[in-house]
Design a protein around this ligand. Structure first.
Ligand SMILES: [Zn+2]
Length: 142
């Protein structure tokens, strides 16, 4: 493990995310499986507990992967009208390629962007009185 107090360079999330590397050091592995995140970086020890890309990767795959794949399938049917077996043999791999191939890179990019931009839940730093000085006060969490 490297020194956790070291000043780390700010790495571009697009580079580290697509490579599946740690957003802090750029060397350690981000993933423990195809889409499962590792618990921590195996090089610098950064915990990946902050990472929560939620449905972000799926959203991008739906927008930029599924639409072209389904468009391709429809165009294949309209232009060539091949038998059903050919449709399955051609469109099945095309759908898998367009949908599964970019998922890991997109998840890596979103997790690294979350680290880079320090995205997380909103917090308040001092007592907040949203209804004026005599109203109820919201205290910051400790
Ligand atoms: Zn690291």
């Amino acid at each position: 493990m490297s020194d956790p107090d070291k000043n780390w360079p700010r790495l571009e999330p697009i580079k580290t995310g697509i490579d599946g590397r740690c957003p802090r050091c750029g060397v350690g592995h981000l993933f423990a499986g195809f889409l499962a995140l590792a618990r921590a970086c195996d090089h610098c020890g950064l915990s990946f507990d902050f990472a929560d890309p939620a449905d972000g990767p799926a959203f991008f795959v739906i927008c930029f992967g599924c639409v072209p794949a389904v468009t391709f399938a429809l165009m294949l049917e309209i232009w060539l009208s091949p038998p059903l077996l050919v449709q399955l043999l051609v469109n099945g791999p095309v759908l898998l390629l367009f949908c599964l191939a970019p998922l890991r890179q997109l998840k890596g990019w979103l997790v690294c962007s979350q680290f880079y931009f320090k995205a997380g839940e909103g917090r308040i730093g001092k007592p907040w009185r949203p209804y004026g000085p005599d109203g109820p006060v919201v205290m910051p969490r400790k």
